[in-house]
Design a binder for this molecule. Structure first.
Ligand SMILES: [Zn+2]
Length: 139
């Protein structure tokens, strides 16, 4: 996270994460896949979280996942008032069908409807001309 533009935190793009964000802007979920053990890695890293190999290739992951855990935010940090209109915000840990675990917002269901084990699909919300954020909604 970096400057509070748009009154919301925006992703800090580095050389390590740039392919992920460029793909997100194209509505594509692109993750590093290990060429030795086939593990999908997230967050982007210089080496595989399973086997340590540095042979990671950016690969399109299946857009589906399952809610592993979730929390509901009902208030916002004072420096990010842009979240206010979105409250309550459902934040989930999502186990992608391809194995990686992502932290993301889930929309399209109420705080009563979200549940552990719920099936979700990624979509990408444009937040600027250059950036889109992956979010999930129930399948
Ligand atoms: Zn590996």
């Amino acid at each position: 996270m970096s400057e509070p533009t748009l009154n919301k935190p925006i992703p800090e793009i580095t050389d390590m994460t740039r392919p992920f964000w460029e793909a997100a802007k194209r509505q594509q979920l692109l993750l590093q896949k290990c060429q030795h053990c086939n593990t999908f890695n997230f967050l982007p890293k210089p080496w595989c979280i399973e086997c340590g190999s540095r042979e990671l290739v950016w690969t399109e992951a299946k857009p589906f996942g399952t809610v592993y855990s979730f929390t509901v935010s009902r208030s916002v940090a004072m420096n990010f008032p842009g979240w206010k209109d979105d409250l309550p915000v459902i934040m989930c840990l999502i186990d992608l069908d391809d194995g990686a675990r992502m932290y993301a917002q889930v929309t399209g269901c109420s705080t009563e409807e979200v549940s552990i084990g719920m099936r979700v699909k990624v979509y990408f919300e444009d937040i600027s001309d250059a950036l889109a954020i992956p979010k999930f909604s129930p399948v």
